[in-house]
Write a protein that binds this ligand. Sequence first.
Ligand SMILES: [Mn+2]
Length: 226
Amino acid sequence: MHPGPLLFCGDPHGQWQHIIDAALQTRARAVILLGDLEPARPLHLELQAIWERVWFIHGNHDTDHADHFANVWHSEVSERQLHGRVVTLPCGTRIAGLGGVFRGAVWYPKDQQAPKFRNREDHARVTPRQDRWQGSVHLKHWSSIYPDEVEQLAAQQADVLITHEAPGYHEHGFKALDDLARRMGVRMTVHGHQHDCLDSSARWAAQGFQSFGVGLREVMAWPSGG
Ligand SMILES: [Mn+2]
C-alpha cells in the first residue's frame, strides 16, 4: 500500500503527465479525478503507470464527443468509476462520487421547479430513437444529474463526497449538494468544474462539512502536510 496522501485532481482536459508525476512523487495512496477528463485513449491506458490507485467521476465535457465517451465509459475502467456509489479505499476512507452537471432539461435545483425526469430510463422513453445514445438518452444527458442518482447516494454514508458541480458556497454552486453532503454525513466535499479553489473555510461550521474546489489541471493533496 502506498503511504502518501489522497490526491484530488482538477479537470485534466486531456492532460495526464502532471497527475502521474504527482502520484509518483508523493507516493499517493489514491488519485481521484474530478471530471472533464476528455482522454484521447481509454483512461486506464492514459494512466497506466498509476492505474491501480485511480478513481474518477465524469464531467459535462466528457459527453461532448463520442470518442471521449467511449474512453470514459469503457468497460475496462468502469470499476474505477465513482459516480453514484460509495467505495471504501484500502486506507479505509469511504468516498462517494457524483459526476456530471445539473441541466434544466432534466433537473435544475435552483429554479425551484420539479425535476422533469427522475432517472435516465424515464428520459430515454421520450427520447426520439435517432437522438438516443447507447439505446438511452442523448449523448449529452449521459452527463446530466438525475434526482434518483442523488437520492441513492443520500441513503448511504461516506467520509468524502466528490462532485463535478460545486456545492452551495460557490457563486455558481448548488445548495442541493450541501443537503446531499449532510445527509451522507461526509466531513469534506471536493469539486472541479469551476477551475478555481476559493477559500470557503469561513462557512464550514455552518454548512456542516469542509468544502474544496480544485482548479484547472491542479492537484490538491490531502492531508496537505502528507
Ligand atoms: Mn466542467
